[in-house]
Design a protein around this ligand. Structure first.
Ligand code: 26Q
Length: 767
C-alpha cells in the first residue's frame, strides 16, 4: 500500500469528526485508534473487493477458534506502512505504541486457534485463496488474575476498543434452523492481509441474532412466552468461547455453536456459487474445506443435507462431500475427540442427524459389518470417525503425531484407508513471530542475508557462515529484550528480575500432560539446593511461567496455586535472591507471548513423550534464537533434526520408553529412592505451603495413589530433567552456548507456516 502522510492525516481527521465529533487534538486514544484503523480499511477496500471476486478454487478453513491477537500492528506491518504510520502520528505528537492497550482478539484457547491465525496470514502472504470461517464470540477466552495464588476468571470484553478491523455484512446474513428455533447468522468480515503483496483474504465470523429484533408489541401479544425465549437463546449462541483446551465437555450450547458455524458458512458458499450459476456437482472444483479438528465436523452432514435439498441423491451428495472435506487432528487424547449423544443431536437438528445415519449405513455396507468401523455406537456419535470416513485426507500436525495416529489412535482406519493419511508439520508466521516481536533481531538478519527470508524462511540457513559475526549483536539484542520484559513484568506482576539472570520460560496452556509440575518441582529442588549448598553457585535464573487453566480443570488450577506458592517462598527469601526468582505472569495471551518469546534464554517443552501433538510455541522460541529444553515429543523431534540434538537439551523417556515404563510403574519407589525428589514433592503435604482448600494434597495424591498414579511420569523423568537442566544452566553464558542459540535460529526455516500452507495447498487442497 502506498502511503501519503498528508492524505492519511486528513483521512483520520475526517473520520474523527464524522464518527466522534472531535478534532485530532481533542481525540482520545480509543477514538484515534478507531480512526487510524478505519482510514487504513478505507484505503484497502478496493484490493479486498477484487480478491473476494476472484473466480478460482478456494479453500474454507472451518474452525471453532481463531486466536488472532492484536490486529493493528500486524496489519500495518503486512501493508508495509508500520513505520510510516508511526511517523505520521509522531508528527502530530501521538505515539503508535499507545495502541498496545488495545485488547487481543482471543477467540481461541491455545495452539489450535493460534495455528488457524498463522495459517490465514501465511496463505494470504503466499497468495493462496484461503478464507477462515468461525464464530464471533462476544466474549473471548477469559481474563486471568491471581488472588492469593488462586486463578480467578473474568469475562473478556474484547470489543472494548471497538472493532474497526471488521465489517458487518448484514446483506449476507443467513438463517440457521434448529428444531426449537430459527436464528439469524450475521457475518463480520475481517481482512487478512498478505505480507506486502496486495492480497487480502477474509476471515468471516458469524454472530447470532434473533430473526426479528426484540419486538415489544409481539412480546405483549404472545404473553411473552415463545418469542422472548427464542430471542434470548439466539443471542446466547455466540456469547462465549468454551474455555477448554484438549477436553471434551458435552454441552448442548456447544453443539448449537458448532452447527451454527457450519450451517451459516455452507449456506453462504452454496448461495454464492448458485448465484454465479455454478452446477453444484462442480462444487469440488470451486471449493474445499479444511476441518480444524472435530469441532466443525457437522459440516459434513450439513453439506449433504443442503445438496439433497437441491435434489441430489444421497450417493451424489456423499460423493461431493468426500471430494470437498479434509480433516486435521490436533490431539491424540481420547477425551478431546468430540462425541455427541445421538438423541440430543437428533432432537436439535433432525435433518442433519438423518444424514449421519445414512453415512453410518453406507459405512456398514462398505465395511461388511466389521464392528471396528462405526460412526454411531451405543447412542453416541463419534465425530472423528465421521470425519475420517468421509474426508479425502486426514492429517496429523507433526511427524511423530501422524505416526501415532496411524499406529494407535486411528489404526483400524489407517489399515483400511492408508492413502487418506498424510502429515503436515505445523508452522508459525515469521512476520508476527520475528519481524514484529523482535524487530532488532530481524534487522540484524536483514543486514547479513537481505530480506528475502521474510517470505522464504528456508533462507535463514544462509546465515550459517555468519553466525560467529552475529554473536555480539545477538547477545546485545537479547539483553535489551530481556530488560524490556523485566520492566514489563515488574510493572504488571510486581516481581523484580535483576539484570543478568537467565530467563527460563514455560508458556502454554496449563495441562497435566504438559508437565508444568515437573518444572515446578525442579525449581524447588534448586531452591533447597541453593540453601543447603548443593547449588551454592547456581547461575542466577528467573523461572517464568505463563498459562491459563480451564476453569473446571481442578488439577490444573492446583498446579497454578502450587507454583504461585513456590514464587512467594523463593521471592520472599533474601538468602536466595541473588540466585533465583520465580514469576507466574497473569493473563498470558498472544500479546504477552510476543514480549516473552524474544526475551527467553530457555524454551521449556517438557510434555510426556507422545502427548503433545506438535507444539508451536517451541517453534516461536527457536526462531528467536532460543535453545529447547525438551522431550522427544511433537515437533521437538523435528527441531532436533533441523538444528541438531546437541544444540538443544533433550531428556526423558521416549514414546517407546513411556509404554514400557508404564508397565508396573511404582512412583512411590522413585520417591523413596531420591531424597531430592522426595523433599520437593513433600512440600505438597508437609505444611510448607498453606493449603486452605486441600488442593495441594490432591496434587500429591495424583502423583502417588489412585488408579493410575503419576499418569504423566513426572516422577520418572525428574532425575533426567534435573541432570539436563542443570547442565544447561551451567552452560549458559559462553560463546559456545550463544552459538547454539544462533544455530537454532538459522535452522528454523522448516517451521514457517508459509511452508505448512503450501504443503496443504499441494497435498490436500490442490490449489
Ligand atoms: C473439545 C470439546 C469440547 C470443548 C472443547 C474441546 C476442545 C477445544 C480445544 C478440544 C481441543 C482443543 C484444542 C486443542 C489444541 O489446541 N491442540 C493443540 O494444537 C496445536 C496445533 O496443532 C498443537 O501444536 C498442540 O500440540 C495441540 O495440543
Amino acid at each position: 500500500m502506498k502511503f501519503e502522510r498528508k492524505q492519511f492525516l486528513e483521512d483520520v481527521t475526517k473520520i474523527l469528526s464524522a464518527d466522534f465529533a472531535v478534532t485530532l487534538e481533542e481525540a482520545g486514544k480509543k477514538e484515534l485508534y478507531q480512526a487510524v484503523s478505519k482510514a487504513v480499511m478505507t484505503e484497502v477496500f478496493p484490493d479486498w473487493q477484487a480478491c473476494k471476486r476472484q473466480s478460482g478454487k478456494r479453500c474454507g478453513y472451518f474452525s471453532a477458534e481463531f486466536l488472532m491477537g492484536r490486529a493493528i500492528f500486524n496489519n500495518l506491518l503486512s501493508l508495509g506502512i508500520l513505520e510510516d504510520v508511526r511517523e505520521a502520528l509522531a508528527s502530530v505528537r501521538e505515539d503508535l505504541n499507545e495502541f498496545e492497550e488495545v485488547e487481543d482478539a482471543a477467540l481461541g484457547n491455545g495452539g489450535l486457534g493460534r495455528l488457524a491465525a498463522c495459517y490465514l496470514e501465511s496463505a494470504a502472504s503466499m497468495d493462496i485463496p484461503l478464507d477462515g470461517y468461525g464464530i464471533r464470540y462476544r466474549y473471548g477466552l477469559f481474563r486471568q488474575t491471581f488472588e492469593n495464588g488462586y486463578q480467578k476468571e473474568e469475562g473478556d470484553d474484547w470489543l472494548k476498543w471497538g472493532d474497526p478491523w471488521s465489517v458487518r455484512v448484514e446483506r449476507e446474513a443467513k438463517i440457521v434452523r434448529f428444531a426449537d428455533m430459527d436464528v439469524l447468522a450475521v457475518p463480520y468480515d475481517m481482512p487478512i492481509f498478505g505480507y506486502r503483496n496486495g492480497v487480502v483474504n477474509t476471515l468471516r465470523l458469524w454472530s447470532s441474532e434473533p430473526i426479528r429484533a426484540f419486538d415489544f408489541e409481539m412480546f405483549d401479544k404472545m404473553k411473552g412466552e415463545n418469542k422472548a425465549v427464542e430471542n434470548f437463546h439466539a443471542t446466547k449462541i455466540c456469547d462465549v468461547l468454551y474455555p477448554n483446551d484438549n477436553t471434551m465437555v458435552g454441552k448442548m450450547l456447544r453443539l448449537r455453536q458448532q452447527y451454527f458455524l457450519v450451517s451459516a458458512s455452507l449456506q453462504d458458499i452454496v448461495t454464492k456459487l448458485k448465484a454465479e450459476g455454478v452446477d453444484l456437482h462442480d462444487l469440488p472444483k470451486r471449493y474445499c474445506f479444511q476441518l480444524n479438528d472435530t469441532h466443525p465436523v457437522l459440516a459434513i452432514p450439513e453439506l449433504i443435507r443442503i445438496l439433497r435439498a437441491e435434489g441430489f441423491s444421497f450417493e451424489e451428495a456423499f460423493g461431493v462431500a468426500g471430494r470437498c472435506f479434509n480433516f486435521t487432528n490436533h490431539t491424540i487424547m481420547a477425551e478431546a475427540l468430540e462425541r455427541w449423544d445421538a438423541l440430543a443431536l437428533s432432537d436439535l437438528i433432525p435433518s442433519v442427524y438423518e444424514q449421519i445415519l445414512a453415512c453410518q449405513n453406507r459405512l456398514d455396507e462398505e465395511a461388511g459389518g466389521d464392528s471396528r468401523f462405526f460412526i454411531i455406537r451405543e447412542g453416541t456419535v463419534h465425530m472423528a470417525n465421521l470425519a475420517i470416513y468421509v474426508s479425502s485426507k486426514v492429517n496429523g500436525v507433526a511427524e511423530i503425531h501422524t505416526n501415532i495416529l496411524k499406529r494407535e489412535t486411528f489404526r483400524d482406519w489407517y489399515e483400511r484407508y492408508p492413502e487418506k493419511f498424510v502429515n503436515i508439520t505445523n508452522g508459525i508466521t515469521p512476520r508476527r513471530w520475528l519481524l514484529l516481536n523482535n524487530p532488532r533481531l530481524a534487522a540484524l538478519i536483514d543486514g547479513k542475508i537481505g530480506s528475502a527470508w521474510h517470505t522464504d524462511l528456508s533462507r535463514l540457513s544462509l546465515l550459517k557462515p555468519h553466525l560467529g559475526d552475529m554473536l555480539s549483536d545477538f547477545k546485545e539484542i537479547k539483553g535489551e529484550n530481556k530488560a524490556r520484559l523485566a520492566a514489563y513484568i515488574k510493572e504488571k506482576e510486581g516481581v523484580e528480575i535483576p539484570a543478568g539472570f537467565i530467563f527460563d520460560v514455560q508458556i502454554k496452556r496449563l495441562h497435566e500432560y504438559k508437565r508444568q509440575l515437573l518444572n515446578a518441582l525442579s525449581v524447588l529442588a534448586y531452591y533447597f539446593g541453593v540453601k543447603d549448598g548443593t547449588y551454592r553457585d547456581l547461575p542466577p535464573t528467573a523461572f517464568i511461567f505463563g498459562a491459563k487453566a480451564a476453569p473446571g480443570y481442578y488439577m490444573a488450577k492446583a498446579i497454578i496455586k502450587f507454583i504461585n506458592e513456590i514464587a512467594n517462598l523463593v521471592n520472599g527469601d533474601k538468602t536466595v535472591s541473588d540466585r533465583m526468582r520465580v514469576v507466574f505472569v497473569q493473563n498470558y495471551d498472544v500479546s504477552y507471548a510476543e514480549k516473552i518469546v524474544c526475551a527467553a534464554d530457555i524454551s521449556e517443552q517438557i510434555s510426556m513423550a507422545g502427548m503433545e501433538a506438535s507444539g508451536t510455541g517451541n517453534m516461536k522460541f527457536m526462531l528467536n534464537g532460543t535453545v529447547t529444553l525438551g522431550t522427544l515429543d511433537g515437533a521437538n523431534v523435528e527441531i532436533c533434526e533441523e538444528a541438531g540434538a546437541d544444540n538443544n537439551y533433550i531428556f526423558g523417556a521416549t514414546v517407546d520408553e513411556v509404554a514400557k515404563v508404564k508397565h508396573g510403574y511404582a512412583p512411590e519407589k522413585l520417591l523413596e529412592a531420591d531424597p531430592v525428589l522426595k523433599r520437593a514433592v513433600e512440600t505438597l503435604i508437609d505444611g510448607t505451603f498453606p493449603d486452605e482448600k486441600g488442593m495441594l494434597k490432591r496434587l500429591y495424591a495424583s502423583l502417588t495413589t489412585g488408579y493410575e498414579p503419576d499418569r504423566y511420569l513426572v516422577l520418572h523423568d525428574f532425575a533426567d530433567y534435573m541432570r539436563v537442566k542443570t547442565k544447561l544452566l551451567y552452560d549458559y553464558g559462553t560463546d559456545e552456548f550463544f552459538m547454539k542459540c544462533l544455530v537454532n535460529l538459522a535452522s528454523a526455516g522448516k517451521f514457517s507456516s508459509d511452508r505448512s500452507v503450501k504443503d496443504y495447498a499441494d497435498l490436500i487442497w490442490h490449489i
